[in-house]
Design a binder for this molecule. Structure first.
Ligand code: GDP
Length: 365
C-alpha cells in the first residue's frame, strides 16, 4: 500500500532506501508489528546515538532553537578538519549563551605537536571566525582522553542550565556523546528524545543531576568538508585512525607534491628545502615536476593519484600562492592535514578542491 509508516519512537516517516538519511529502517523491519527507525533502535537497545543528515533549513531551525534557550553550547570540531568542521554562523545564533569549544581527535597528533600551541591556535582561529569561547579543550573521544575533563567543564560552565552539543558530521560527536552517556548514566535506560520545533528531527536528552539535560543535536553536513568530495569507500583513507607519522620531503624548486588526487602543493622558489607533511598515513604522496603536474592530474586522477573526486574523477582545484614570511609555518589543508615549512622566504602554491579551505598558521611544532 502507499500508506506511510512512521517510527514508533520518534514519529519520523520510515524509509528503507538510504541508511544515512533520516527515518531509515531495513526493509525486514517493516514486517514487525512495531517499526522503529535505525536511530531509535540503536538508542533503545544500545543507548547509542547516531548521526543523521540534515538540510540547511533544518540546520537554521536548530541554531535558532538553541539560540532561543538559556544554555551552554558545546561545540565540537575535528582538529584535523578545523575549518571544514566549523559551523559557520553559530556565534550569531548563540546570542549571550556561552560556547565551550572542544577539539576532538587529539590522538592523531604526532608527539612533536605541542598541545598548548594547538589550543592557542584554536582560540585564535575561533576569534577570527567571530566566536569567543568560554574555554577550549582538546580531547580524544575514541580513546576516552580528557573526556572526563570535558564532562567536568560542561558541568562547570552550564552553571545550572541545560547544555546543547552541536557539531557537523564526522567530528566524533556520537563517539563523544556515547562516552558521556556511559559516564553519566551508566547502563541506565533513562535517555529520552524529543522533537526540534518545526522539524522532523529529534534531539536526545541525557538527564543531568540537577533536573537539567545535556542535549545531543542532530549532526550537520557541512558541504565544504573534504569528506564530501570523495566516494564513501574512500573516507577510510581520508579520516586518519592512528597517530600521524610526519613524512619529510626534500624538494627542489619547481617540484610538486600530490596528496592522493585531493590536493596539490607546488614549491616554486627558495632553493633546496625540506617540507614536513602531516597527513593521514594512508594518503599516498606523489612527487613530480610543476611543468608536468597539470597533465599528470588530468590523465591519472583516480588511478595513480587516488583518491580523487566521486567516481574517480578529477576535482576542480582552486590555487592559492604565498611567499612564506615566517620561519615555522604550517600550510593547513582542511580535512587532509598540513605541511610544516621550517624556513621563511619560500614561494609556494596550494591547490584544493573548490570550496575546501587552505590556510596558514604558526607551526604547532
Ligand atoms: P559524528 O558524525 O560527529 O557523530 O562522528 P562519529 O562519532 O560517528 O565519528 C566519525 C569518525 O571519526 C568515525 O570514524 C570515528 O571512529 C572517528 N572518531 C571519533 N572520535 C575520534 C577520536 O577521538 N579520534 C579518532 N582518531 N577518530 C575518532
Amino acid at each position: 500500500s502507499n500508506e506511510q509508516i512512521t517510527c514508533d519512537g520518534c514519529g519520523v516517516t520510515i524509509q528503507t532506501t538510504n541508511p544515512d538519511d533520516l527515518g531509515y529502517a531495513p526493509a525486514s523491519a517493516l514486517e514487525k508489528e512495531i517499526v522503529v527507525c535505525k536511530r531509535c533502535f540503536r538508542l533503545k537497545h544500545y543507548n547509542e546515538v547516531q548521526d543523521v543528515a540534515l538540510t540547511d533549513d533544518d540546520f537554521l531551525k536548530i541554531l535558532n532553537t538553541v539560540g532561543d534557550t538559556e544554555s551552554l553550547i558545546v561545540k565540537i570540531v575535528d582538529i584535523f578538519d578545523f575549518n571544514g568542521s566549523w559551523l559557520p554562523g553559530l556565534h550569531r545564533f548563540a546570542g549571550k549563551n556561552p560556547v565551550l569549544l572542544i577539539g576532538n581527535k587529539s590522538d592523531l597528533l604526532p608527539k612533536s605537536v605541542k598541545r598548548e600551541k594547538l589550543i592557542h591556535w584554536m582560540r585564535y582561529e575561533a576569534s577570527q571566525l567571530g566566536l569567543k569561547p568560554v574555554d577550549v579543550l582538546l580531547i580524544s573521544a575514541s580513546q576516552g582522553k580528557a573526556v572526563r575533563d570535558a564532562a567536568d567543564a560542561i558541568e562547570h560552565y552550564r552553571n545550572g542550565k541545560d547544555a546543547y552539543v552541536v557539531g557537523c558530521t564526522n567530528v566524533g560527536k556520537s563517539t563523544f556523546i556515547n562516552r558521556i552517556i556511559k559516564e553519566i548514566t551508566g547502563e541506565g535506560d533513562i535517555i529520552t528524545t524529543s522533537h526540534f520545533p518545526g522539524t522532523t528531527l529529534d534531539m536526545i536528552e541525557i538527564p543531568l543531576s540537577d533536573g537539567h539535560v545535556l542535549v545531543d543535536t542532530p549532526g550537520i553536513i557541512n558541504h565544504h568538508q573534504m569528506a564530501h568530495f570523495v566516494d564513501k569507500e574512500e573516507l577510510k583513507v581520508l579520516l586518519p585512525k592512528k597517530e600521524i607519522k610526519p613524512k619529510v620531503f626534500q624538494l627542489n624548486e619547481g617540484q610538486t607534491l600530490f596528496f592522493g588526487g585531493l590536493a596539490r602543493f607546488d614549491y616554486i622558489s627558495g632553493g633546496r628545502r625540506s617540507f614536513i607533511c602531516h597527513l593521514s598515513n594512508d594518503i599516498d604522496i606523489h612527487r613530480t615536476k610543476i611543468d608536468k603536474a597539470d597533465e599528470l592530474y588530468e590523465n591519472h586522477a583516480g588511478e595513480l593519484l587516488k583518491p580523487a573526486g566521486k567516481g574517480g574523477k578529477a576535482l576542480e582545484f582552486v590555487r592559492q600562492e604565498w611567499t612564506i614570511k615566517e620561519a615555522k609555518t604550517d600550510i593547513v589543508f582542511s580535512g587532509l592535514g598540513w605541511i610544516t615549512v621550517n624556513e621563511s622566504g619560500s614561494k609556494v602554491a596550494a591547490y584544493v578542491p573548490k570550496g575546501a579551505a587552505v590556510t596558514l598558521r604558526k607551526s604547532l611544532i
